[in-house]
Design a protein around this ligand. Sequence first.
Ligand code: NAI
Length: 689
Amino acid sequence: MAVRHAIQSGTCLITLDNPPVNVIGRAVRQGLLAALDAAEAAGVERVIVTGAGAAFSAGADATEFDGPPQPPHLPDLLVRLERLPSIAAINGTALGGGVEIALACRMRIAAPSVMLGLPEVTLGVVPGAGGTQRLPRIAGLAAAADLISEGRRFDAAEALRLGIIDAVADDPLAAALAVPEGDMDRHLAACDRPAPAADPAAIAAARARADKRARGQVAPQAAFDLVAATAEVPLAEGLTLERARFLDLRAGPQARALRHVFFAERAAAARARRFAVPPAPVASAIVVGGGTMGAGIAYALDGAGIAVTLVEADTAAADRARANIGRLFDDAVKRGKATAVEAEAGRARIAVAVGYGALPQADIAIEAVFENLAVKRQVFAALDSALPDSAILATNTSYLDPNAIFEGIRAPERCVGLHFFSPAHVMKLVEIVRAAGTSQATLATAFGLAARLGKLPVEAGVCDGFIGNRILTRYRQTCDVMLIEGALPWQVDRAMEAFGMAMGPYAVQDLSGLDIAFANRQRKNLRAALGVRYIPIADRMVEDLGRLGRKSGAGWYDHSEGAAPRPAPAVTPLIEAASVEASITRRVFDDAEIVDRALAAMIDEGARILGEGIARRPADIDLVMVHGYGFPRWRGGPMHHADGLGLGAVASRIRRFAVQDPLSWPAPDFIERLAAVGRTLADLDRDER
Ligand code: NAI
């Protein structure tokens, strides 16, 4: 039974019991209804609501959000609960609808370790069972506006300070049973409290913060409207407004996109458990190369309790690697994530070795040396001799072919790509690259390790750039074509940022350095490649102007210490000269055209990646773009976005581009085939489940 209730000595004890975290689905609502019927019929003096197990309630069941709401509805149940003399005994985590149940009680008592939150905006909705109306009446407008619009979690101490809970007790249920009768009367239900004082300044300040943090998102703004309304309209009216807004948002494109990403993340995290062979335990690891990536990977492994030995080629490099790792621990201390003593212990834990002579045995070795095939092959040959066949061998290469890197290695089934993102100890995404020999057992262990590191693993096959960097390359190439046809970098950036990208493509290049992509283009010799439309602008930025981005003070933008990047006057003539050389008459682009073309490129490349079997499902591509490349989460990723545009419409747009510029736009095969049979990319996700 999803909800248990028992009436004894005038008290009705209602226990939410829907393991693992008492999510509020239809069965729970039906159970609550039965409990309220019984409590009302018995005329009880007290109702106590608590949760079975470790949670109070983690909130609504988001899997129900795609269908029409099914009665009984939580808001109606809570209006009834609010009229009873009730106490929430918050034994564990309370989120969303869980908090809303508690807010409908007269009193709230929480265990000291409890975390609470109204995270609805992260799913593109507002609290829909009174949260926006009762919280301001209990904690005031300013606090409610912040907590609801940010969706952040807060602990019992903060909840007590804000007046959201009335008391903290180790055993909240015992404390609720022990509350004297007279005390109950001193606590008013939200419906009996006066409307909160209007606070337009606080709302305006919170709105301004949300404009920055959640640019483009509708749910936080709706939350402000609803919270502000509590000062103006009676509770019943506010609840009606809230319900309407909630249902409207729930069915809207942003909430659908956010749900898509949420479920894709859950599926990615669960993948480790779906292999026929269980992941092998990883207790010890070797990381080769202690530069930007290696140091971050070593730090992340250490943080997960794995014994790490870092290998460098010589003592000078080993000293630099130690310093790189030291900096990560220093940062942790600065950010209050570790004490100085813990950081010192961490530094001492990570062993740094020169060469492979005295390596300890390890369950896995992860290589993060220079992006150079010969160097990487030497590293794997050395690892092959130093470690037993049971050790997994992984490369963090971004663009090189793992099959070439692993050539000649004994037991190729244990070789795999683990493509972390920078900074490796922060970024959640890891592409797990299936090389020609990689076994299911190795994949399972790689997924298991990723889960242990708290990462988001996505499987990719071998191709140039795997999923993410391949789409990035195509996206940049498409933007470069627009430059030569008439757009300017800052216009492209502005358009893509207005669409919701965290940063425009040229601002990103300035940040990471133009030399990296330059070296990659040189390696592929694109200038001479057949069947590729070569745009010389980015190469000339590096070769002719030495503009490498922020690190050289000049890239697409001019950079100076402490000032925002400024569009660089020196760049425009270089772009215009390239147009003249290519006999292109420059024309005006509007922002919508830029966004349409750039997105079509991402979608087209994603579809090719699917068609070639590089990605297993469209949702994986979305995860990569959202978590690794700043694609707006609330748009769901390029594949989800493509379904929204309609695959038929996307295919005909790409066809049009292909007529104008066949070198940049091969025929949109895969999308066209899907569109022809009336299928969507979401259908493919369902097939894979
Ligand atoms: P880095 O230049 O910061 O570090 C490379 C490290 O490898 C240096 O510490 C160097 O001393 C060491 N090294 C070189 N040869 C070695 C050898 N034979 N034995 C042991 N150590 C050796 O480079 P970064 O940025 O850390 O990149 C490493 C790898 O990670 C590359 O394959 C790169 O493509 C990949 N990667 C880089 C990302 C980034 O954003 N920087 C993101 C994802 C992957």
